[in-house]
Design a protein around this ligand. Structure first.
Ligand SMILES: [Zn+2]
Ligand SMILES: [Zn+2]
Length: 206
């Protein structure tokens, strides 16, 4: 009984898995793959940057992104984050072909986190009124806002609560969704390359 020998690398089928007459590494397929993938990951919030946008770290999304960079005659493909291997099911033959695509997560700090650590904020929400309601609404607002932006700090003030928020558009959205009545004041705080910079205060009486 003679074992198959790969014409390219000379290994036998006892040493490595075969597809037809070739070992699985040398099976001739048309695939154009990136040599490696480099993605930025924030060391603070662990989010990753995909196509210019920071998003929650997700194996699924990263795998999909990597596969989107792989061209060739395959019907379906998947990427295994742990082994950093892409597996392709080739068109026609249905052969399963595996290729290593190293994934390098470059550690960096996203703009949101660097602003947060610098104490940056665009808006202040001032909650005033019944202490229990202030606490309840404050907790709810912070929770909702943290899904969209960041909270620089929150502190008790004048018997109420002041919440410092990274993005004022996010405040408008959340406050509108919750149907809260607000009294809005804008203050010019400076200029950035000719653009006026405002800080918005949202006063909410509860
Ligand atoms: Zn081979
Ligand atoms: Zn971050």
């Amino acid at each position: 009984m003679s074992a198959l020998v790969c014409p390219k690398c000379g290994r036998t089928e006892e040493e490595v898995e075969f597809i037809d007459a070739f070992c699985k590494d040398d099976y001739p397929v048309r695939l154009k793959l990136p040599d490696r993938m480099e993605l930025e990951q924030c060391t603070r919030c662990a989010r990753v940057r995909l196509q210019g946008e920071w998003m929650q770290f997700s194996d699924k999304k990263i795998a999909k992104y990597i596969i989107s960079k792989c061209k060739g005659d395959y019907d379906s493909a998947g990427y295994d984050m742990e082994r950093q291997a892409a597996v392709f099911v080739m068109s026609g033959s249905g052969a399963k072909v595996e290729r290593i695509i190293p994934l390098d997560l470059k550690k960096t700090i996203c703009q949101q986190c660097s602003r947060m650590s610098g104490g940056y904020y665009q808006a202040i929400i001032q909650l005033r009124g019944d202490p229990l309601r202030v606490l309840g609404k404050g907790t709810m607002l912070i929770k909702r806002l943290e899904n969209r932006t960041f909270i620089s700090k929150s502190e008790e003030k004048d018997g109420g609560l002041d919440i410092y928020v990274g993005n004022s558009k996010a405040v408008v959205e959340v406050v509108t969704t919750l149907g809260l009545k607000t009294f809005i004041t804008k203050k010019l705080v400076g200029r950035d390359q000719g653009k006026r910079l405002y800080r918005t205060t949202f006063l909410i009486r509860l």
